[in-house]
Write a protein that binds this ligand. Structure first.
Ligand code: HEM
Length: 451
């Protein structure tokens, strides 16, 4: 019987869809999935990829038949930075580590982190308080990144990274840019070991980050104290069969993974949230009303966070329009059948939360920012797997609840006191880096709220 491959939209004679994708991945994917359907097949020389944008198929791949899928080879560039941490590992190693990390992300742990997150935001607001009133332009992208970096350090590793943030920022930014460029041109990359200036600089950036991490591990070994954070869980874990602890290399990979995954995504989601609020005054006013009525000037805490329903909806809707992770990749282990189509063995499958979240079949007026889509009434009408900012199935983001708590708390605390305005005439464009962030750093005017 003839095997029916998914339709393949016409592309460049030689390069297929690679050129369109490399130029403007988001709009290109939107265009071809709108014009040619929810499952598409593309082939360039020997490289084959299937693009999925139908919720039912997404559910099938991430959840129902997840055992037939590994992470794609497209994660290879990321491995240069993260090694075999929780995001990039597979099989037994992944399962063992996921089980080990889970308690650090349970309800009780998250409740404990709320206080620390609150303190970190207070420190940030104190700095903002001292900003010269005449130079109110704030680099919101940097501020959010710096704050979430400090938060992940203090909550999960009990380590104050604020002394290192400027340097860590520089190394991490370069390393991410490098990984991002390789991801864009994947699988057509030369070895990162060729001594080109960009490769040498990347190696140096990673070595500097490694030095910092190994120093932290060393400091912790020498420190006496009763730590209950993720780092101590990692360091005291013993393999059930061998009785051995985690090697320093594995420890490094896991810390780097949590450190990166734990701040970059959240910071970008927050940056977009401030941008969207500045463009939608009625929504911002509704948010302020909720904060004023529920908190009555009190500090938000874990106990009252759950009552800030509209604040949560604003964050959810912001991640619909700008999902920080805009692409999720998998690879078939064995051949598969998706809908009526045959998917060969060893093929990369790309699922884009961005395309799903902007699809007019699943969302009314998808380009409109409307947090009411996430009201308890409306959320029931959502098609399963049409909204996947945190992925799905067994490899669902382990930090989902942590991130939601953190983002709601930051939005609540900042918006209780401040308003951020985008200077007139500023054009904000999307830069589809490894995560979705504004192309240029977002700089906004900071005003104290008059209540
Ligand atoms: C707005 C914030 C965040 C977003 C949008 C986000 C999104 C995602 C997505 C889509 C995945 C699945 C990737 C895949 O299936 O290939 C993922 C996995 C992961 N995330 Fe997050 N994430 C966020 C925050 C966090 C935080 C705060 C942490 C940790 C503190 C974290 C740690 C991880 C880890 C370790 C994985 C891999 C899980 C596994 O494979 O078992 N994330 N994240």
């Amino acid at each position: 019987m003839k095997k029916n491959l998914p339709p393949s939209p016409p592309g460049h004679k030689l390069f297929g869809h690679i050129t369109g994708f490399a130029k403007d991945p988001l709009n290109y994917m939107m265009k071809i999935s709108r014009e040619h359907g929810g499952i598409l097949y593309s082939r360039v020389i020997n490289y084959k990829i299937v693009l999925i944008s139908k919720p039912e198929y997404v559910k099938y791949i991430l959840q129902e038949n997840n055992r037939n899928y590994t992470k794609t080879s497209g994660y290879k560039p990321l491995k240069l930075l993260l090694g075999k941490g929780l995001i990039t590992s597979e099989g037994d190693l992944w399962l063992k580590q996921r089980r080990l990390f889970q308690p650090a992300f349970n309800r009780e742990s998250i409740m404990n982190y709320t206080k620390i997150v609150g303190e970190c935001v207070d420190d940030l607001l104190l700095e903002w308080n001292n900003i010269d009133p005449d130079s109110k332009l704030l680099n919101v992208s940097h501020e959010m990144m710096k704050n979430t970096m400090v938060i992940v350090g203090r909550t999960l590793f009990s380590s104050d990274l604020s002394k290192d943030t400027a340097l860590v920022w520089e190394w991490m930014t370069y390393a991410l840019e490098y990984v991002n460029n390789r991801t864009k041109t994947y699988p057509f990359n030369f070895s990162s070991k060729i001594p080109l200036p960009k490769n040498i600089r990347f190696t140096k950036a990673v070595a500097s980050l490694d030095n910092m991490l190994y120093r932290k591990i060393d400091e912790r070994r020498k420190e006496k104290g009763d730590f209950t954070d993720l780092l101590s869980m990692m360091m005291s874990a013993k393999d059930e069969e061998t009785g051995k602890g985690m090697s320093d290399g594995q420890l490094r990979d896991e810390i780097m993974t949590i450190f990166l995954a734990g701040h970059e995504t959240t910071a970008n989601a927050l940056t977009w949230t401030w941008y969207l609020l500045s463009q939608h005054q009625e929504i911002e006013e509704k948010l302020h009303r909720e904060l004023d009525e529920i908190l009555k000037g009190e500090i938000p805490s874990y106990q009252n966070l759950g009552n800030l329903r509209y604040t949560a909806q604003v964050v959810q809707e912001s991640m619909r329009l700008y999902p920080p992770v805009w692409m999720i990749g998998r690879r078939t282990i064995n051949e598969d059948q998706i809908g009526q189509y045959h998917i060969p063995k060893g093929v990369d499958v790309a699922i884009s939360p961005y395309v799903l979240h902007h699809h007019s079949e699943y969302w009314d007026q998808p380009e409109v920012f409307d947090p009411d889509r996430f009201s308890s009434e409306n959320i029931k009408k959502q098609i399963p797997y049409s909204y996947i900012p945190f992925g799905g199935g067994p490899r669902l983001c382990i930090g989902e609840n942590f991130a939601m708590m953190e983002m709601i708390l930051i939005v609540a605390k900042v918006a209780q006191k401040y308003k951020l305005l985008l200077p007139k005439g500023t054009k904000v464009e999307i830069g589809s880096s490894l995560t979705l962030r504004p192309k240029e750093d977002l700089k906004m005017e900071l005003y104290k709220r008059v209540i």
